[in-house]
Design a protein around this ligand. Structure first.
Ligand SMILES: *[C@@H]1O[C@H](CO)[C@@H](O)[C@H](O)[C@H]1NC(C)=O
Length: 849
């Protein structure tokens, strides 16, 4: 515990320093000039700054963690937002610092006039005097004192961005100057030095941006399609902005500009690796995160699904083969290891092939793509057919109904689909595969679904009739299903002991609600009543005739899985009563409609608070701690205190709903499993759950136990503390980030700054200790070996008792990236299946840095 205290002292004092600096730099102290002549200088001690015309931007020295930097920020905002830092990797170590013009260069001099930064121009026009000027758009430029023509600037800060792209700034290539302008994140929220993440344009026939962590690709923007990037749909919807991507012999670059100057907007690469559009409206008090990319932890990560497969957030598993393709390795595919992707059912014949149209797609990676902007879709198809290597084609520009032609050769990689708004992609298939193979299957499936629904109805009628008769059990229902050979494996009762005797399950006392009442309550499932969308259907808000607010989960009609998950959820949740579990009010079955009716919770889900647009301001530490505690108690009830032992299997922040008093309620029991009391683990071939929350033994081997829920809980705790999503189970995820910092004695660096800002002055010491305790507990829960993870009862104990000794965590469970994934340029796949056994993916040690 001694180490813990040291970390705390260190970070607390730096927090105080930042606070003091913020006060020192109150805007009232600045002097309003925007030009620095060769005889003038800015020094730290004078507190002088440059202010842009219009008073939007301010440039000067600032301090963080006892280091001094020259930087730029918004002048009028209530708190500092730095948008440019000159000497980010070479700070001044004390408050001796001067910015001045020396010859034709701008330099920062530190102690004993040592230069820490310079514009490094070798050639200059020494004859006429040089001035430095901060322009109205935030561009800090060097120019001839009597020539302010933009093309004659000898140097400009817009060519050397830090982590932020301002309006009118350009991201990408200036071919004339041979510059690639890209963003590099801060190391942490209070350390401007170059961090791990960068956002960079890659030159190719159809250029794309990549979000990189070190050299590893994390996310791909997709190519520009005339309106937006194929993989960032949201960056087109603000009315007071115009977006542009220029591609000519002088530059290949993205830029945007404001059409209404009362708004501020910027694109920033956060220290946690998100490329974000932030805007500040005139009446605002915080930056509004308009979108954040990668937006979806499952489908937006680079090459989450292998070649010829695409990611769909609404399917389970989320990776799907393109029509006419099958998984390359069925065994791995079943375990949700989709890296190897899919292979053609029928080889292309080179002449006489056809195309299948995929709608709403993020276009595949363009490494091997060829572009011709002069032809349309019809010509494009012909050209693709005439090239034996062509695998797909699409429009290059989606404006005016679609123009131009892109042709892919080789693998189609890193695709996903969207609910709406994506692009059409035409994938080449052999004629034999053009007809959907599933036609025949489709009929069988709908037959099965039909029969199932009928039997469900009968079962419900039986239950209703038996209301006054002997008690029956969910177990017998399950048995009945099994005896009738229904495709319902939803309820797994692992031991006969529950069938009779002391564990008798009471009859389902769940009101059946008329479809008509629900149609009325939800205004015929109108879009404006939609409050969420999950894997199994859409959730609507409704108001019953008596005024009661309800949430209606309407299972999608096409979901075959829905039937078992539905039964599972109904039978389970109806019997569970706990303040931290969402309460079910009734259900509705009518023809092919299946619905669950829950209490309506004002505050929606925890993830909308942690990661949504309103994040950064809403959840203070006390609320986060209370939520953590509540979820822990709800989970303990499921594991231990209810009449069954239940493994939730899909615990994640989006499944935690908040009521009006911010009391957390665990929801979504569609994947839960009941365990017999004497059973400790089970094995399933059907791995369900969510990437990033799955324990390694479950994701890799399909083994689940209470400890897999504990793992998911630990991931959640770390997400609550950091305000960041865990993006998958690879070795460079949130868990290893938290672990590295913990081992390195820098645990507080991972804490969401909102938490630190929310500490109440009187008890901040105590609250910091609470935060540290939670990090430690979170890390204990995500340890690689299930047996090392604590049970929920000891988690609840540790959370609730101040004086408890908490064990030191071991390294978290994670999965090594395969060589294929680590080498983003390799577009070829290895064919030796046996070298890809599942065991290879488990890794045991992550070194502390
Ligand atoms: C800019 O936006 C503000 C706030 O929405 C609005 O009041 C103003 O009229 C807008 N100005 C222009 C020029 O559109």
């Amino acid at each position: 515990m001694k180490g813990v205290r040291n970390i705390y002292h260190h970070s607390y004092s730096s927090f105080l320093l930042v606070f003091v600096v913020t006060i020192l730099f109150h805007p009232a102290l600045s002097i309003y000039i925007n030009t620095l002549s060769s005889t003038e200088s800015l020094t730290i001690s004078s507190n002088r700054t440059l202010v842009s015309p219009g008073d939007v931007f301010e440039l000067g020295f600032f301090e963080t963690n006892s280091r001094w930097y020259l930087g730029m920020w918004y002048k009028k905002l209530p708190y500092r937002t730095y948008i440019w830092v000159a000497n980010r990797d070479n700070p001044l170590s004390n408050s001796t610092g001067t910015l001045k013009i020396s010859g034709s260069n701008l330099v920062i001099l530190g102690h004993s006039n040592k230069s820490v930064w310079s514009t490094n121009l070798t050639r200059g026009n020494e004859r006429s005097p040089v001035v430095a000027e901060l322009l109205a758009n935030g561009n800090f430029v060097m120019r001839d004192s009597n020539n302010n023509d933009a093309s004659k600037f000898s140097w400009q800060s817009f060519d050397y961005p830090t982590d932020t792209l301002l309006p009118e700034m350009k991201l990408g290539y200036n071919l004339k100057k041979g510059l690639n302008r890209f963003l590099v994140s801060w190391r942490s929220s209070d350390d401007p030095s170059s961090g791990d993440y960068s956002y960079k344009l890659e030159p190719r026939r159809l250029p794309e941006f990549y979000l990189l962590q070190g050299d590893v690709r994390e996310h791909r923007s997709g190519p520009w399609n005339g309106i937006r990037f194929s993989g960032i749909l949201e960056d087109q919807k603000l009315s007071y902005m115009v977006y542009n991507f220029t591609e000519n012999s002088e530059e290949v670059a993205y830029t945007f500009r404001m059409t209404n100057n009362s708004f501020y907007s910027r694109l920033t690469l956060s220290s946690t690796g998100y490329f974000e559009r932030l805007t500040w409206a005139p009446s605002s008090v915080i930056w509004n995160v308009f979108w954040s990319s990668p937006a979806n932890p499952q489908c937006d990560m680079y090459r989450m699904c292998g070649p010829y497969s695409y990611c769909d957030v609404n399917t389970s598993p989320s990776c799907n083969c393109i029509q006419g393709f099958d998984p390359r390795n069925l065994q791995q595919w079943a375990l949700r290891i989709s890296l190897r992707g899919c292979k053609r059912r029928t080889l292309l014949s080179c002449n006489g092939d056809g195309f299948t149209r995929m709608k709403n797609m993020k276009l595949p990676e363009t490494t091997m793509a060829i572009v011709d902007r002069s032809i349309g879709l019809k010509e494009c198809e012909k050209r693709c057919l005439s090239d034996c290597n062509c695998t797909a084609f699409a429009n290059a520009d989606i404006r005016n109904g679609g123009t131009g032609c892109v042709i892919w050769t080789g693998n189609l990689a890193d695709m996903r689909n969207y609910v709406a708004d994506g692009q059409d992609l035409y994938v080449r298939l052999a004629v034999a595969d053009l007809v959907k193979k599933s036609n025949a299957n489709g009929k069988i499936i709908s037959l099965i679904v039909g029969v199932s629904v009928l039997l469900l109805l009968i079962m419900f009628c039986l239950w209703k009739r038996k209301q006054n008769r002997e008690k029956s059990s969910a177990a017998s229902i399950a048995n009945r299903q099994r005896n009738q050979n229904l495709p319902m494996n939803g309820i797994v009762l692992s031991s006969k002991r529950q069938l009779s005797g002391e564990n008798k399950i009471e009859e389902l006392e769940l009101p059946l609600i008329e479809l008509e009442a629900i149609v009325k309550a939800t205004e015929n499932f109108s879009n404006s009543n939609k409050i969420g969308q999950g894997g199994f259907g859409i959730v609507y808000k409704g108001i019953l005739l008596d005024g009661q607010e309800i949430a209606v989960k309407r299972l999608s009609k096409t979901s075959v899985q829905g039937v078992d998950e539905f039964m599972n959820e109904v039978t389970l949740i109806a019997r569970l009563q706990h303040v931290n579990l969402v309460q079910i009010l009734g259900c509705c079955i009518d023809a092919d409609e299946k619905m669950l009716i829950y209490e309506y919770l004002e505050n929606l889900s925890l993830d909308s608070y942690l990661f949504g647009k309103t994040r950064r301001s809403k959840l203070n530490w006390k609320e986060r701690f209370d939520i953590t505690n509540g979820v822990a108690r709800g989970l303990l009830y499921l594991h231990q205190d209810s009449r069954f032992r239940i493994i939730h299997r899909d615990l994640k922040v989006s499944n935690i709903l908040l009521d009006r008093n911010m009391v957390p309620k665990i929801s979504d029991f569609g994947m839960a499993r009941i365990f017999a009391r004497d059973e400790t683990e089970a094995n399933t071939m059907k791995v369900v759950g969510t990437y990033g929350y799955m324990s390694p033994e479950y994701a890799m081997g399909g083994i689940f136990s209470e400890k897999s829920d504990v793992f998911s809980f630990g991931v959640m705790v770390l997400e609550i503390i950091t305000g960041k999503r865990n993006r998958g189970f690879y070795e460079d995820n949130l868990l290893s980030y938290a672990w590295r910092n913990w081992k390195g004695g820098r645990a507080l660096e991972i804490v969401d700054p909102v938490i630190v800002n929310s500490f109440s002055p009187l008890s901040s010491t105590f609250q910091l200790q609470e935060v540290l305790k939670c990090i430690q507990i979170g890390l204990l829960c995500v340890q690689e070996l299930a047996e090392n993870r604590p049970t929920m009862s000891s988690v609840v104990w540790m959370l609730g008792n101040e004086a408890t000794e908490i064990p030191q965590p071991k390294s978290p469970g994670c999965v090594k990236r395969s060589p294929y994934e680590l080498d983003p340029s390799s577009s070829r796949q290895r064919d030796d299946d046996e070298s890809w056994t599942v065991n290879q993916y488990t890794c045991s040690v992550i070194d502390a840095r």
